[in-house]
Design a protein around this ligand. Structure first.
Ligand SMILES: Nc1ncnc2c1ncn2[C@@H]1O[C@H](COP(=O)(O)OP(=O)(O)OP(=O)(O)O)[C@@H](O)[C@H]1O
Length: 301
């Protein structure tokens, strides 16, 4: 069953459509990513899911509920990440957890939650004195304190160092292992590739693609790049005719082909058949970065 359903969502500011017919569905238990360039409409979309903004048109459902009309009920199934400005800097971690737990009818016990998020040693520390990573862990704890079915995390790891970012990824995987569905807004390709089951790439208010990370990479123009120098000249037209080849390039004595997995075998067979030896043969796979740039190419124009 879909926990979140967004269909033909539209939202304009001052006559400018920033969300322009966005549709997707998030299944129970998945980590669903929303990826897109700056200003693509990601936050506006998830804020409509959270019931913080009222859509101009379209339909949004969270566990079958309308986030605007049934806002109270939605806050009991959906945990949203708070912004730094919403937390009292002078409250300690313990006081913050107790305060937010009191807002919910069936809150999680904050002690094991703090334990799981490695905050037990910081319970007496004021919010203002926490490090960036500790604050992020507290934000995750607060998003989970109401025992939600689904949690929305927006740019959770921005500003964290690589170690803290990796720790946060493990936490997000733990959250999902605990049965919570995760809607994740991110700028980081590596993060999306590592964590997400499926990703909606949003570009200029529209869904440019919706697929698994591997599926998005396969759509990239040159999913696999094969390059080598050869002991004897090879016929370009023969290379271009190999299965899956999208481009053939010669530079500084190197031949570079963009293609698919199938192309790799075909190149090897051709080399053997032509009795040509390849030196410095390199095969590299496209990354989600490449796919993202291909899918959102228009945004950079
Ligand atoms: N309340 C508002 N009034 C007017 N314009 C707004 C408002 N909120 C957002 N916008 C504009 O809508 C566009 C989409 O914003 P949104 O925050 O949804 O994008 P985003 O994809 O989350 O971007 P980023 O990655 O930079 O956070 C931006 O151009 C933004 O300036």
């Amino acid at each position: 069953m879909s926990v979140i359903e967004v269909s033909e969502l539209r939202k304009s500011y001052g006559g400018r459509a920033v969300v322009d017919g966005v549709s997707f569905a998030v299944e129970e238990g998945e980590i669903f990513g929303i990826l897109g360039p700056n200003g693509a409409g990601k936050t506006t979309t998830v804020e409509c899911v959270e019931g913080l903004r009222v859509p101009d048109a379209g339909r949004v459902r969270v566990a079958g509920l309308d986030p605007v009309a049934d806002h109270e009920a939605v806050t009991r199934v959906l945990g949203a990440q708070l912004q730094e400005s919403e937390i009292q800097p002078k409250l300690t971690v313990r006081e913050t957890l107790e305060l937010y737990a009191a807002f919910y009818p069936n809150p999680a016990d904050w002690r094991p939650l703090a334990e799981r998020l490695n905050l037990s040693g910081k319970l007496g520390t004021r919010f203002a004195r926490l490090s960036g990573g500790q604050k992020q862990r507290l934000f995750i704890a607060l998003a989970l304190i109401g025992n939600p079915r689904v949690v929305v995390l927006d740019e959770l790891t921005t500003g964290l160092d690589p170690r803290a970012r990796r720790d946060t990824w493990e936490l997000i995987e733990d959250v999902r292992a605990g049965g919570v569905t995760v809607l994740l807004v991110t700028h980081f390709m590596e993060e999306a590739q590592r964590l997400c089951d499926r990703i909606a790439v949003i570009d200029r208010g529209r869904v440019a693609a919706l697929d698994t990370p591997a599926g998005l990479i396969r759509r990239s123009a040159g999913a696999t790049v094969i390059s080598f120098t050869s002991s004897a000249p090879l016929d370009d037209s023969e290379l271009a005719a190999l299965p899956g080849v999208t481009s053939v390039e010669h530079k500084d004595g190197r031949i570079t082909l963009a293609g698919t997995d199938e192309t790799v075998n075909a190149v090897i067979t051709l080399l053997a058949r032509s009795r040509v030896t390849a030196h410095q043969l390199r095969v590299t796979d496209a990354t989600l970065d490449d796919a993202f740039l291909d899918l959102t190419a228009g945004a950079a124009r």
